[in-house]
Design a binder for this molecule. Sequence first.
Ligand code: GUN
Length: 300
Amino acid sequence: MSAQVIDGKAFAADVRGRVAEHVARLKADHDLTPGLAVVLVGEDPASQVYVRSKGKMTVEVGMNSFEHKLDAGTSEKDLLELIGQLNADPSVHGILVQLPLPRHLNEDLVINSIDPAKDVDGFHISNVGLLATGQKSMVPCTPLGCLMMLRNQHGSLSGMDAVVIGRSNIVGKPMAQLLLRDSCTVTIAHSRTKDLAEVVRRADIVVAAVGRPEMVPGDWIKPGATVIDVGINRVDAPEKGEGKTRLVGDCLYESCAEVAGAITPVPGGVGPMTIACLLANTLTACCRENGLAEPEGLTA
Ligand code: GUN
């Protein structure tokens, strides 16, 4: 059997298209333009690439993009002051502080200083608690993207066995909460899980989010299961020439694709969905702030 390849790039383009349509309606009907502020501290090259890409796509869907680039030595006091200004700014509906932060800054303190209503990453402790208790919240972008793809694939997820590999606050834990809310039977596996292969073999849905290149082989996958690979790992690729690298997921793609019913590739699977969901969250935040109906199909 050869799995259906879930085209995350096309799916993300569709999500951005729906966001753009809704943004155009907000402008026409309410003279309202959603705004996203992104704060980058320091010069981490990967973060710079992400931030540039976020800014570009924000503008492409018709939203306002506000970029704040601070130098690596910025004090916690100055960063908190900026966040306070963004919290108070009515033209800013979403705030994202790019992680990781330089080590002298307390990440929890910084994230929890963002107004939860503008916390489009869904990392604020209030949003984490609201999600865990099944209340309306901002939902982290990567798990939201995975959920959208799974719902699109299966319709209802009710009663399905889901295994999430990885327990991070950014992906694993919120992913598990979302699957539970959609009535899956959810297992969170991690580095200390006993007989991980057997645990994964039970799953109708596997979400791999550990950050270990090609860790999940095809013989762990139940025939016909849906495999969502969140991993983005850069590995050496000597076959492409000296010093060359390539991106791989947490799943051994070829062997998993032989067994799975559907699978997301790396790159071009979950990755593009994260920014699309960030834009969807910014739109949602803007609608909520203004007492307007939320965009359908773009929230959890
Ligand atoms: N760094 C890597 N991924 C993310 C993300 O989703 N949000 C933020 N704020 N920083 C990140």
